[in-house]
Design a protein. Structure first.
Length: 64
């Protein structure tokens, strides 16, 4: 969890001034859903990102 907050601090929060809480909340949501969740590596996926894992499994032939 500390890694998550550290990443958010460096990659989003420290990069600009936020004028409203709503603006910050929208930016946080966008960062989590568009960047952090799709590209973070996950131990349950063999240390692959969810996008990479899906690409590997969708491109390989499936057994019938």
């Amino acid at each position: 969890m500390e890694s998550f907050w550290g990443s958010m601090q460096l990659e989003l929060l420290d990069r600009r001034q936020w004028t409203t809480r709503a603006e910050l909340a929208a930016a946080m949501f966008e960062w989590i859903e568009a960047f952090y969740n799709p590209v973070r590596r996950h131990s349950a996926l063999g240390y692959r990102s969810p996008v990479e894992y899906e690409r590997l499994h969708l491109s390989s032939p499936q057994a019938a």
